[in-house]
Design a binder for this molecule. Structure first.
Ligand SMILES: *Cc1c(COP(=O)(O)O)cnc(C)c1O
Length: 465
C-alpha cells in the first residue's frame, strides 16, 4: 500500500471532526426510544463507547460515520457481563479456560446463603469469640483423606509455595528431574519452588530417578523430599521412579519429611470407561507422604482452592507461616468447598458434577448426542452422530482417552462457524476435527441441548450473524 492521498486523509479528518458530542447525542430525538429508561450515567457510558468505536473505525479507514445503531450495540455491550456462562461442547471436563469444575447445586446454594449476609466465618459460636475459618473444613478433610490435619489456601500452586516456604525456606528440597513440570499458562513448578526460598536440588534424569538418587544428596541442609505428580503428561518406555512409599521410608530413616504435590487430588477412585488409575489422596497419605497438596477444582470438583493435608506437627508449622494469610480463601470458597466435601462424606460423589461427567457411559452419551441431533433437525440443521475421544483436562489424567459422542457438522468454513457460535447470546464452545465442527455432548446438561441447537441454527450460513 502506498501513502494515503491527501484527499482520502482529508475526508477522514472531516468525518472525525463531524463526530457528534455526547451532549448532542443525549438530545438527539431519534435516540430517545433507545435511551428511554436507561440511567443517565449508563447512557453517557454507552454514548462514549459508541463514539469511541466509530472514531476507531474511521481511523482504520472504514468510512461509515455515526449511526444510531452504534448506540444500540454499545448498550448491548454494557449489558453483557465480561465473565459469563458458556456451553462447553469441547468434551474436556476440567477445562481451565472454561472455569474448570462446575459446582454442585448444594455448593452453589451454600455460597448464596453465606454470601448474602453475615456468617460465623471466623467466629466460634460456642465460645462467642474469634474462631478459625478453616475449622469446618478440617474435620471433613481429615475424615476423607485419613490425614491428621488440613488447611486450605487459594489454589494448589499457592499451596506448593506455602508448603515449601514453611518447611524448606533457606534449605534444600530434593526433586526428580522427571517431575519438574509446567502446569499450564507458562507456570512452572520449579519456578514456584524457587520463589519459596527453597534451594532446588534436582536428582535423577528425565526418564529415570531411583531412590538411591535421593538418598545420595540428603545432607544436613535437606529440608524436604518433594514428589510432583505428573498430572498433565506421562513418561513411558524406559522409565523408573521412586514411589511415595519408598520415599517415605527413606525420609523416615533420614529424618526428612516427604511432600507430594498431587495436583489433581481425587477423593474417591474414578472408575469409568477410559479413565486411568489416579491415586486418591487417601492412598498417598496411607503410603506415608507427610504432607500432600491438591487442587479444589480439579478431580475433587469443588471451588478453586489448594488443600494441604498431612502430619499435625508439619501442618501447624505451615499454618503459622505469613503466606497463609496472603493466600487465604474467602467465605464463598469455604462455603462451596464444605458443601462439596459433605457430598463425599455422605457417599454421594455422583452429586459432584465433575465426577458424574467423568463416569458417564458411552450409551448415555450416545443417547444424548442423538437427542441433540434431533433438536438440530428441528432447527433445520443436519448433523451426524459419531464416536469421539475426549480428555479429562485441567492437567489431570493425561493418558485418559474418554470415549464420548458428538454431533458433527459439515460446514463450509469451520473456524468462522466456531467464531459465530462463540459470538451468540449464549456462547457455545466447540472444536474442529478433520475440517468438521465437533460438538461433544459429555459436558452438556440435558437442559442445555436446546440452547446449543438454537445457537447452532443461529450460527448456520444464511442466518444473519
Ligand atoms: C494443577 C497442578 C498444580 C496447580 O494447581 P492449581 O490449583 O491450578 O493452582 C500444581 N501442581 C500440579 C502437579 C498440578 O497438576
Amino acid at each position: 500500500m502506498g501513502p494515503p492521498s491527501n484527499n482520502v486523509d482529508g475526508g477522514k479528518n472531516a468525518l472525525l471532526r463531524a463526530l457528534p458530542s455526547i451532549e448532542q447525542l443525549l438530545r438527539r430525538p431519534s435516540l430517545e426510544p433507545l435511551l428511554a429508561g436507561v440511567p443517565r450515567a449508563r447512557a453517557v457510558s454507552a454514548l462514549r463507547l459508541a463514539v469511541d468505536r466509530v472514531r476507531a473505525r474511521l481511523l482504520e479507514g472504514d468510512a461509515r460515520s455515526f449511526e444510531d445503531s452504534d448506540v444500540g450495540e454499545a448498550l448491548r455491550t454494557l449489558a453483557t457481563p465480561g465473565l459469563r456462562s458458556v456451553l462447553n461442547a469441547t468434551g474436556v471436563v476440567l477445562h481451565t479456560n472454561l472455569g474448570r469444575a462446575p459446582l454442585a447445586p448444594e455448593a452453589m446454594a451454600r455460597v448464596v446463603e453465606v454470601a448474602r449476609g453475615y456468617s460465623n466465618l471466623e467466629y466460634d459460636l460456642d465460645e462467642g469469640e474469634r474462631g478459625s475459618r478453616y475449622a469446618p473444613l478440617v474435620d471433613l478433610l481429615r475424615r476423607l483423606t485419613g490425614a491428621e490435619d488440613a488447611l486450605v489456601v487459594n489454589n494448589c500452586a499457592g499451596a506448593v509455595l506455602l508448603v515449601l516456604a514453611a518447611l524448606a525456606s533457606g534449605r534444600e528440597c530434593v526433586v526428580s528431574r522427571g517431575e519438574l513440570v509446567e502446569i499450564g499458562g507458562g507456570f512452572r513448578v520449579p519456578d514456584v519452588m524457587r520463589q519459596s526460598g527453597a534451594k532446588l536440588v534436582e536428582v535423577g534424569t528425565t526418564n529415570r530417578t531411583r531412590l538411591a538418587d535421593y538418598a545420595g544428596v540428603i545432607g544436613a541442609d535437606t529440608g524436604l523430599l518433594v514428589k510432583v505428580h505428573r498430572s498433565n503428561f506421562a513418561v513411558v518406555g524406559f522409565t523408573e521412579e521412586a514411589s511415595v512409599a519408598e520415599l517415605a521410608g527413606l525420609g523416615l530413616k533420614r529424618g526428612v519429611p516427604v511432600f507430594q504435590d498431587l495436583g489433581s487430588g481425587a477423593l474417591v477412585p474414578l472408575t469409568g470407561e477410559g479413565l486411568g488409575d489416579e491415586p486418591t489422596v487417601r492412598q498417598v497419605v496411607a503410603a506415608g507422604a507427610d504432607v500432600v497438596a491438591f487442587s479444589g477444582d480439579k478431580l475433587l470438583g469443588g471451588p478453586q482452592a489448594g488443600v494441604v493435608v498431612g502430619r499435625a506437627a508439619l501442618v501447624s508449622r505451615i499454618k503459622a507461616h505469613p503466606f497463609m494469610r496472603a493466600l487465604r480463601v474467602d467465605k464463598m470458597t469455604v462455603a462451596a468447598l464444605e458443601a462439596t466435601l459433605e457430598l463425599y462424606r455422605d457417599g454421594r460423589p455422583d452429586a459432584v458434577p465433575t465426577y458424574r461427567l467423568l463416569v458417564q457411559t458411552p450409551e448415555e452419551l450416545r443417547a444424548r448426542a442423538r437427542r441433540l441431533q434431533g433438536l438440530l433437525t428441528e432447527q433445520g440443521v443436519s448433523a451426524r452422530v459419531d464416536g469421539v475421544v475426549g480428555q479429562v483436562g485441567g492437567g489431570s489424567m493425561p493418558l485418559a482417552r474418554l470415549p464420548s459422542f458428538a454431533c458433527i457438522l459439515n460446514v463450509g468454513a469451520p473456524e468462522v462457524f466456531l467464531e459465530r457460535l462463540r459470538g451468540g447470546g449464549t456462547p457455545v464452545i466447540g472444536r474442529i476435527a478433520d475440517g468438521e465442527v465437533v460438538l461433544d455432548v459429555r459436558c452438556l446438561a440435558e437442559e442445555e441441548l436446546r440452547s446449543v441447537a438454537e445457537a447452532v441454527a443461529a450460527a448456520s450460513p444464511g442466518k444473519p450473524p
